[in-house]
Design a protein around this ligand. Structure first.
Ligand code: PLP
Length: 254
């Protein structure tokens, strides 16, 4: 019979981490969030990775279908990527002035991504969604943002629910929540908040926590979303701020 993996070293590392890091591993990758059920059946720390594989602390080998949560599209330790990064590091690493390689990269992105007129760099998704919301508010001079229930847009206070520790009413006072793919509810939200909505923020498809993924309804629904987004946007057309459904696509999360 095939031996089931065991994780004593992962458990020991976790116990050590719990004394030093709140929850040991924070976010949904940590056992405290309840994503690993039962917790004993999951590895908690990796020791190395190569190509599409990663190994945990106990030497168990896995295919990493999660691709490091997205960025690792070419596999771990890809020789071309590593060589390019090492080459740039030899020239300069983290410097006071930006290197023109940033402009080359922006050029490539604007050229490659059909909806992008500009490229703006941030260090993570949360910063990008925050920047997108700030841009929409600055551009429209409005406060309210429409969210789809079950969303995840990062860890900033404005993305949180009112019952989360440390979140103030003021942080989420301008959030409007509607149901994914319910375009009547969306319409109603716009009618009830006429002239106040800065943007709709949406994932390309619904991937809420502890829920099945849900694709956007095609045709009419998509058009309704676009129509509402465009309406919010068109009132203040001054420059071209391409922003997704709520014209909130100036900042693509790559
Ligand atoms: C739709 C969406 N927006 C924002 C974020 C936040 O990104 P980050 O964890 O890089 O801050 C995520 C992360 O999974 C996400 O899925």
């Amino acid at each position: 019979m095939r031996k089931v993996y065991e994780y004593p070293k992962s458990r020991a590392a976790f116990e050590r981490a719990c004394k030093l890091i709140p929850s040991g591993i924070y976010g949904h990758q940590g056992p405290a969030e309840g994503c690993y059920v039962p917790v004993e059946a999951f590895p908690l720390y990796s020791s190395k990775a190569q190509g599409s594989y990663l190994w945990d602390l106990d030497g168990n080998k896995f295919i990493d279908y999660m691709c490091a949560y997205g960025p690792n599209v070419l596999g771990y330790n890809d020789p071309d990527v590593d060589e390019a990064a090492a080459k740039q590091r030899r020239i300069s690493d983290c410097t006071t002035l930006p290197n023109p390689v940033m402009i080359d990269f922006a050029d490539l992105l604007v050229e490659t991504v059909a909806c992008a007129d500009w490229a703006f760099f941030a260090k993570n998704g949360n910063d990008v969604t925050t920047c997108a919301v700030m841009t929409a508010r600055a551009y429209t001079h409005r406060k309210k943002i429409v969210f789809f229930k079950g969303y995840y847009h990062g860890i900033s206070p404005w993305t949180q629910k009112i019952d989360y520790a440390g979140v103030l009413e003021e942080d989420v006072a301008n959030n409007i929540y509607v149901t994914w793919n319910d375009f009547d509810e969306l319409q109603e939200a716009f009618e009830q908040n006429k002239g106040e909505i800065a943007a709709i923020i949406a994932q390309p498809y619904m991937h809420g926590n502890f829920a099945d993924n849900e694709l956007p309804k095609e045709a009419e629904g998509q058009k309704a979303l676009r129509r509402h987004g465009d309406r919010a946007y068109n009132r203040r057309r001054a420059g071209r701020v391409q922003a997704g459904y709520g014209r909130l696509r100036p900042l693509l999360r790559l």
